[in-house]
Design a protein around this ligand. Structure first.
Ligand code: FES
Length: 328
């Protein structure tokens, strides 16, 4: 393959003496083929053009998670990303540090807050049985899927909720929590689900799917979060805005096949919460976007209800998509 010319447009970050961050963009011409990795090109910039360029890397094999950074439109592993797959028509790609984490220098972020959230969910087995426990195939599959996580922080970086709520546990910590809730050897599943049902936990996810799209290991954190929610509700942890919101959806779709958005807010956040949102409601009203108070009945509602009956008769199969029941 003939080498081509590309441009790395790199965000440079420098901490000043007063603690503020000075940010600028700098372009570096590089040469490589379409399959040259971003990490190789960053190393060539550091080796031949600017030795002060700072970034993390270690394994070069998509294993250690050190080299996660924003490349083009989302967060990726530099050692796994081929330049040809991310450049624009002019051969340029923008590279910046992970989002939602404090920047230390150039492309390096402080991963302390990210790992503090992972520690918060107690990432180890607690009070399990003393003797060996048989782990069935579907339980193993669920545990194994989330253990593929390399803690690179890509999902956390692209998470839209972490952007607006720095206290939110985030997709990586929640996927890790699911790993323990799914493990038949874990002795504190109920306590875990109770803690995860609290504010800033699993119900804060807005299901933007960014974590699924960005994960370099196909861990699908959002799917783990959805399964955690189901398990939390099955255990009776229903007292929260997220749970009430989910139940309101459930009731409407089951009853009419259509969502009654007019009453949804009230049923989710209660009277006080609704009053707090009146400003938004008036704004929507002015724009003609207030939904009708009269519920509309969808066509084919009987078919929908029979699907509901099937799902309710076998909810665990819906969750695991497997015949084998995961031990409680
Ligand atoms: S250097 Fe280890 S994941 Fe990229």
């Amino acid at each position: 393959m003939e080498p081509k010319k590309f441009t790395l447009r790199i965000q440079r970050n420098e901490k000043k003496a007063n603690g503020s961050l000075e940010t600028k963009w700098q372009e570096f011409p590089v040469e490589g083929t379409d399959t040259t990795t971003i990490l190789t090109l960053l190393e060539s910039v550091k080796g031949y053009q600017d030795g002060s360029l700072t970034f993390r890397q270690s394994c070069r094999s998509a294993i250690c998670g050190s080299c996660a950074m924003k490349i083009g439109d989302r967060t990726r592993l530099a050692c796994k990303t081929h330049i040809g797959s991310v450049v624009d028509e002019g051969g340029v790609v923008s590279i910046s540090p992970q989002r939602n984490q404090p920047v230390l220098k150039d492309l390096v972020v402080d991963i302390g807050p990210f790992f503090a959230k992972v520690h918060q969910i107690k990432p180890y087995l607690q009070d399990g049985p003393d003797s060996d426990t048989k782990v069935g195939a579907s339980a193993y599959e669920q545990v194994n899927n989330v253990t593929q996580c390399i803690m690179c922080g890509s999902c956390y970086s692209d998470c839209t909720m972490s952007e607006v709520s720095s206290d939110y546990l985030g997709p990586a910590a929640l996927a890790k929590a699911f790993r323990f809730v799914s493990d038949p050897r874990e002795g504190r599943k109920t306590e875990r689900l109770k803690a995860l049902s609290e504010d800033k936990g699993m119900w804060s996810c807005v299901r933007c799917v960014q974590c699924v799209a960005t994960c370099p290991k196909d861990v699908k954190p959002m799917e783990a979060i959805v399964k955690l929610r189901t398990r939390g509700m099955n255990k009776g942890f229903m007292d929260g805005v997220g749970q009430r919101h989910a139940m309101a959806f459930h009731e409407d779709i089951q009853k009419t096949g259509d969502l009654n958005e007019f009453t949804l807010l009230m049923r989710s956040v209660g009277i006080v919460g609704t009053l707090a949102e009146m400003g938004v409601a008036f704004h929507l009203m002015k724009k003609g976007k207030i939904p009708s108070p009269f519920p509309h009945k969808a066509q084919g509602i009987e078919e929908l209800r029979s699907i509901y009956r099937d799902l309710e008769a076998n909810p665990l199969d819906v969750e695991t998509k497997a015949e084998e029941v995961v031990p409680e």
